[in-house]
Design a binder for this molecule. Structure first.
Ligand SMILES: Nc1ncnc2c1ncn2[C@@H]1O[C@H](COP(=O)(O)OP(=O)(O)OP(=O)(O)O)[C@@H](O)[C@H]1O
Ligand SMILES: [Mg+2]
Length: 255
């Protein structure tokens, strides 16, 4: 059988003196779309940051594309959208500069080629932000900024796309745009790991859900359905009949 694109086995990690991942097993296979779910503080961001090499493991094993993490160098194959922070960057970069940074692993610091410029434009079109390419990112709203960060990850045309709560602070119309962009990435053959609080418009794309609780995997299987969510612990339920246009469907996994 083909090697998983991401293989995390028995992963442990601590932040400060606190154990945050306590033996996480997570495998994502080529072409899969996996949602990583769980309550605030359950370790979702730490798990994806461990995968992209930003948090060291204290135990267990990590392989990317079948290569042990310590030997893995091919970061151009990976696109990463970190969880949004409220801190303003203060750096007056333009939208074009930020999205072009997503090509750096491919281009190095050499001159941008036509293919790079086209990839940047295409990524911005995918998230519906092409008309803002010359604007300073400081002139964007929170949700627009998030879409630019997604475009940055898409611009590198990664084989593996990892996004930490890409829909946070993004309105429903833009979520639909992003869902379409992601569908195109999947059609192109991308493998996707998404941290989510609610499946929303992404629900039809998701093959499998992994749920963390206190740094441990408590579910790995079919995504939880909008119906039957009362069965899940700590559900935060919005009734599906209560104006579906106003509120994305909640999975009940946000406690
Ligand atoms: N830099 C840090 N130093 C110490 N502890 C941290 C640090 N970052 C996160 N933690 C702790 O690690 C635990 C897991 O955090 P993590 O950010 O992975 O959770 P999460 O599942 O992504 O939560 P959220 O849904 O709020 O994004 C939390 O208890 C958090 O307080
Ligand atoms: Mg997080």
């Amino acid at each position: 059988m083909e090697q998983p694109v991401i293989s995390l086995r028995g992963a442990t990690a601590s932040l400060g003196s606190r154990p945050v991942l306590r033996g996480v097993d997570l495998a994502v296979h080529r072409g899969e779309v996996v949602a990583l779910l769980g309550a605030n503080g359950s370790g979702k961001s730490t798990a994806v940051r461990a995968v992209v090499g930003q948090v060291p493991l204290t135990g267990g094993e990590l392989e990317l594309f079948g290569t042990p993490r310590r030997r893995f160098r091919d970061w151009s194959r990976v696109g990463y959208v970190p969880q949004r922070t409220t801190a303003a960057s203060g750096v007056p970069a333009t939208v074009r500069e930020v999205v072009s940074a997503g090509r750096l692993a491919r281009t190095g610091l050499g001159p941008t080629r036509k293919a790079d410029r086209e990839a940047v434009t295409k990524a911005l079109e995918l998230v519906g932000m092409a008309d803002r390419i010359k604007d300073s990112v400081n002139a964007l709203s929170g949700g627009q900024h998030q879409r630019v960060l997604i475009a940055r990850a898409l611009a590198g045309e990664p084989e593996l796309l990892i996004m930490d709560e890409p829909m946070a602070g993004v309105d429903l119309a833009s979520q639909e745009v992003l869902a379409k962009a992601l569908r195109e990435e999947v059609a192109r053959g991308a493998t996707v790991l998404l941290v989510l609080h609610e499946l929303g418009p992404l629900e039809p794309l998701i093959d499998r859900a992994v749920v963390l609780r206190d740094g441990c995997v408590v579910h790995d299987g079919p995504p939880p359905q909008a119906v039957g969510q009362h069965a899940l612990p700590g559900h935060d339920h919005v009734h599906p009949h209560a104006d579906p246009a106003a509120e994305p469907i909640r999975t009940g996994l946000l406690s």
